[in-house]
Design a protein around this ligand. Structure first.
Ligand code: UTP
Length: 311
């Protein structure tokens, strides 16, 4: 059903995409590969580009930006499932699917969404299925596009693995401005972390895992891969494309960077059990957990309303 990339068709693809590829819009892009260019794996959250239906204008605008950026950087795209995945998983649950089957149907949804992006990405060769194929496609001067790959994870983990294998930075685009101390959609006082260490990121993932129903900003498997290889990771709002470009170009941007710095969040060395017990006490006292469990020391609070993205 989906495009496959393998050794046999690599040569044919090289011919098909020789020298330049041009789009229906008439612009053409050089297919030359620049090994010294900086590389980014961009994990595109389904929440940004898939509403009740896929959002045509947003997908188109984003792909145009990626097309432009691909003359400066090596880029890999990973597309999430969003509402497409959830709609199908809900029905599959009702019909009796087990967790593995729900993941499988989620993967199919991510690939279906990814397919849409390939129509507008000028240097796409279709939706890829293997991490190792990304390098070959990049060396052909093309843009690898992925959906999900294997059950038991999300597309964040696919993005993290790709970043690790290629030595690229990781960029996560979601519908919020970065990593907050609590859900910014539910709490106006939420604090945006401008930067975090890898251990801070893992701490926040673990803390959120302890609260059922919390939306994780990155899945635990991805967090662990990003940490073990110290992959510079940006968490940005996918609705603000000027800001996204700024981040890649190392200009000022709004969002969270996770990198190899000293810890910025003070945390106690508690086990999961102890943390869970403390949380129960906090809930009884109706105290927000973050006021008692951790103290933000060096990050600065930003009022999102003060930032002009120019878009
Ligand atoms: P997403 O990566 O979109 O997951 O994959 P998500 O984090 O739930 O979605 P957003 O970013 O908030 O929109 C959708 C689902 O597909 C399955 C999982 O069930 C996941 O929840 N999936 C995806 C896999 O099992 N493996 C993969 O590699 C990718």
């Amino acid at each position: 059903m989906f495009d496959m990339f393998n050794e046999e068709n690599a040569e044919a693809m090289k011919e098909n995409y020789s020298a330049t590829s041009s789009s229906s819009s008439g612009s053409s892009y050089s297919s030359s590969y620049n090994a010294s260019a900086k590389g980014f794996v961009i994990s595109v959250g389904g929440s940004v580009f898939i509403g009740e239906k896929p959002l045509t204008d947003k997908i188109s605008e984003f792909c145009s930006v990626v097309n432009d950026l691909s003359s400066e950087f090596n880029i890999v795209l990973v597309v999430g499932g969003g509402r497409t995945a959830r709609n199908y998983q809900d029905v599959a649950t009702t019909l009796g699917a087990n967790n593995f089957e729900l993941d499988s149907i989620g993967i199919a949804a991510t690939k279906l969404n990814a397919k849409l992006f390939t129509y507008k990405i000028e240097k796409s060769v279709g939706v890829l299925e293997k991490v190792i194929d990304a390098k070959k496609v990049i060396e052909m001067g093309k843009i690898p596009v992925f959906g999900g790959l294997s059950e038991g994870q999300t597309t964040d983990a696919v993005g993290a693995l790709l970043a690790e294998s290629l030595g690229y930075d990781f960029v996560n685009l979601s519908n919020v401005d970065g990593i907050f101390d609590c859900d910014p959609n539910e709490n106006e006082e939420a604090i945006l972390f401008k930067e975090l260490s890898f251990s801070d990121m893992n701490f926040l993932v673990r803390e959120k895992l302890l609260v059922p129903g919390q939306h994780l900003f990155v899945d635990p498997q991805a967090a662990s891969i990003l940490s073990r290889s110290k992959i510079i990771s940006y968490f940005l709002n996918g609705d603000h494309l000027e800001n996204f470009k700024n981040a890649l170009r190392s200009y000022d941007y709004k969002g969270t960077i996770v990198h190899d710095v000293e810890d910025l969040i003070e945390k106690d060395n508690l086990s999961d059990e102890e943390l869970r017990a403390e949380r129960v006490v906090d809930e009884l006292d109706e105290m927000p957990i973050r006021k008692t469990r951790k103290r933000v020391t060096k990050t600065k609070e930003i009022d999102p309303r003060e930032i002009d993205f120019g878009k």
